[in-house]
Design a protein around this ligand. Structure first.
Ligand code: NAD
Length: 332
C-alpha cells in the first residue's frame, strides 16, 4: 500500500493518455458532487456511465460538465479538444443495472441517508462482479455501515471528494474494518492518475480526517465569539490574513516541525487547558437557527449578507480555488 505521506503528482495526465478510453466507471447520483466526480474521471480518460433516480438531474449532467470544463478551458487548465472528448466519454442511464454492468469502479454520490445508501449498496453488491470496487462519497458515514450486509465487503470503502471535486484535489480514501488493501490501492492509484490528491484514512472515525480538523477549528471559533474575545469578522481575518496563508502551503504537522516541537509543546501546554471542548454546537449557533439566521441563504447569520455580497464571495472563492489549483507553489 502506498504510504499516506508518499509524494503525489497532482497534474492531469498527459494529453496523449487522455485521448484514450481506459477503465469503465459508473457514478450513481448526479447531483452537486456526482456530476463533477464523473467529470474528473472522464477527463482522466475513463468511460463513465452516470445514473440518477431523478430524470431531470441526470439529463442536466452534460450541460453542467460542459460549463465546468468551459471554465477550465478559459483558465488554460484544459484544452478544448480534451474538454470535448471528456463529455463524449460520459453516458447517461436511468437504469441502475445497465449503468453498473461491466464497471470496474462504482462511485456512489446519492443523498446522505444511511437507509438509502445501505439499500443501494445491497443492490450494487448483488449486481456487480465481486472484483468491482464500490466507493461511497459519504461525508460522514463510515464504510463499515455500508459493509454490514454485503456479500463482498472487502471491495467497499469511502472515497470522499470535496466540493467542487474538479477544483479541490483532496479525496479521503477511508478504509472500513473489512476493506481489503487491494481495494484501497486500486482506488488510490485511480485517483492519483486522475490528478486528485488522495489521503488514506487507515482507521475509520466519524468525520474522517479533514472535517475533524476543520470542525475543531469551527468549535474554537464559535467559543471565541461567544466569549466576546473577538468579532466574527476578526475571527475570519485571523485565519485569512494569518495562519490560513501558511496552511495553503503546509499542514499542521509541517508547520509545527518548522517551529520546532520544543517551542510548540511549551505553547500547547499553556493554551490547551483553555481550548473549548464542548459536545454540542452550543447556544450561540442554536440561537441563530431559532431566529432563522442561517447565514448566506437567509441574508444574515453572524455576518450580514446581500445578494451582491454573496455573489462576490462565491466568485472570489472560485477564482482563488482556480489560482491555487494552477499555481505550482500550492501543489502538495
Ligand atoms: N455537497 C457537498 O458539499 C458534499 C461534499 C462532499 C461529500 N458530499 C456527499 O456526497 C453525496 C451527494 O451529495 P450532493 O451534495 O451531490 O447531493 P445532491 O442532492 O446534489 O445529489 C444527490 C443526487 O442523488 C440522487 N439520488 C438520490 N437517491 C438515489 C438513488 N437511490 N439512486 C440514484 N440516484 C439517487 C438525487 O436524485 C440527486 O440528484 C452525499 O453523500 C453528501 O454527503 C457532499
Amino acid at each position: 500500500m502506498r504510504p499516506a505521506s508518499a509524494p503525489v503528482d497532482v497534474r492531469h495526465e498527459s494529453e496523449a493518455s487522455v485521448t484514450q478510453d481506459k477503465t469503465a466507471i459508473a457514478v450513481v447520483g448526479s447531483g452537486l458532487m456526482g456530476h463533477s466526480i464523473a467529470q474528473v474521471l472522464a477527463l482522466a480518460g475513463h468511460r463513465v456511465a452516470v445514473h440518477d433516480a431523478d430524470a431531470a438531474a441526470l439529463a442536466s449532467v452534460p450541460a453542467r460538465v460542459q460549463r465546468n470544463l468551459g471554465e477550465l478551458v478559459r483558465w488554460g487548465m484544459v484544452d478544448a479538444a480534451d474538454a470535448a472528448a471528456t463529455v463524449a466519454r460520459l453516458s447517461l442511464s436511468s437504469d441502475l443495472p445497465t449503468t453498473v454492468t461491466g464497471a470496474e469502479f462504482v462511485f456512489e454520490a446519492i443523498w446522505e441517508n444511511l437507509a438509502a445508501k445501505r439499500q443501494l449498496f445491497g443492490e450494487l453488491d448483488r449486481l456487480c462482479l465481486p472484483e468491482t470496487i464500490l466507493a461511497s462519497n459519504s461525508s460522514s458515514l463510515m464504510p463499515s455501515l455500508l459493509q454490514s450486509d454485503a456479500e463482498h465487503p472487502e471491495r467497499i470503502l469511502v472515497a470522499h471528494f470535496f466540493n467542487p471535486p474538479y477544483l479541490v484535489p483532496l479525496v479521503e480514501v477511508v478504509k472500513g474494518a473489512r476493506t481489503s488493501d487491494d481495494t484501497v490501492n486500486r482506488v488510490y492509484e485511480l485517483l492519483v492518475r486522475a490528478g486528485r490528491t488522495p489521503v488514506l484514512v487507515r482507521k475509520e472515525v466519524p468525520g474522517f480526517l479533514a472535517n475533524r480538523m476543520q470542525l475543531a477549528l469551527v468549535r474554537e471559533a464559535i467559543h471565541l465569539v461567544e466569549e466576546g474575545v473577538a468579532s466574527p469578522e476578526d475571527v475570519d481575518l485571523a485565519v485569512q490574513a494569518g495562519f490560513g496563508r501558511r496552511f495553503c502551503v503546509a499542514g499542521p504537522m509541517g508547520v509545527t516541525e518548522s517551529i520546532g516541537w520544543d517551542l510548540a509543546v511549551a505553547v500547547l501546554n499553556t493554551t490547551f487547558p483553555s481550548l473549548d471542548n464542548r459536545m454540542t454546537a452550543g447556544s450561540l449557533a442554536e440561537g441563530l437557527i431559532e431566529r432563522g439566521e442561517l447565514g448566506m441563504k437567509t441574508g444574515r447569520g453572524l455576518l450580514r449578507w446581500t445578494d451582491e455580497s454573496v455573489e462576490a464571495w462565491r466568485s472570489r472563492m472560485a477564482r482563488a480555488l482556480v489560482e491555487l489549483e494552477r499555481n505550482e507553489a500550492f501543489r502538495p
